[in-house]
Design a protein around this ligand. Structure first.
Ligand SMILES: [Zn+2]
Length: 178
């Protein structure tokens, strides 16, 4: 059973106990989630305390994850070049705009294509290929909810013992249910 807590404040300070084993933690792994509301996006980041051992596993990347990260750069460049040349040839055939302006605009949109491809693969695709142990540690705490008005976060702890520990030690929190 995962443990849910509501924490007051968007930048919580946790006691330095590993979120996996509750041993003293001297490392922090950033857990983040993006919440969109209307046309605004809020990136919420919390520092997850980890002991040295669990931190090492959390940041370790297996060959598959590394490969997808590299593929993200490679495919991003392809997408950028493809977009750039497609737009240039399309605009020159339809004789739209001036050449210099078209090159600048195509380069700008090409850069966007690179970023979209690279971010999707490196930040969303690659972590899916992480080892089970690594994933389990990265997901020891998840940001489930975010209320900007009351400045509250709902956190889900994989380990109920950790949730209870944080509930006792962290001020300004209340046990939270869905
Ligand atoms: Zn640990």
């Amino acid at each position: 059973m995962p443990g849910l807590l509501i924490i007051k404040g968007l930048k919580p300070k946790f006691p330095s106990a590993c979120f996996v084993c509750l041993q003293p933690a001297d490392k922090e792994y950033t857990v983040s989630r993006t919440f969109g509301s209307g046309n605004r996006a809020s990136v919420i980041e919390i520092p997850m305390p980890l002991c040295a051992d669990h931190f090492a596993v959390a940041i370790s990347k297996n060959p598959a994850e590394k490969l997808v990260e590299k593929a993200g750069i490679f495919l991003g460049i392809l997408a950028a070049l493809g977009t750039f040349f497609f737009l240039l040839s399309y605009w020159s055939k339809s004789e739209q705009g001036s050449l210099v302006l078209n090159i600048l605009l195509a380069a700008f949109i090409g850069l966007g294509a690179f970023l979209i491809t690279w971010v999707s693969l490196a930040f969303f695709g690659a972590p899916l290929f992480a080892d089970k142990n690594t994933k389990a540690i990265r997901e020891a705490v998840k940001i489930k909810g975010f209320w900007p008005n009351s400045q509250e976060l709902q956190l889900e702890f994989k380990n109920e013992r950790v949730a209870e520990f944080i509930a006792r030690r962290c001020e300004n929190q209340t046990p939270g249910n869905n």
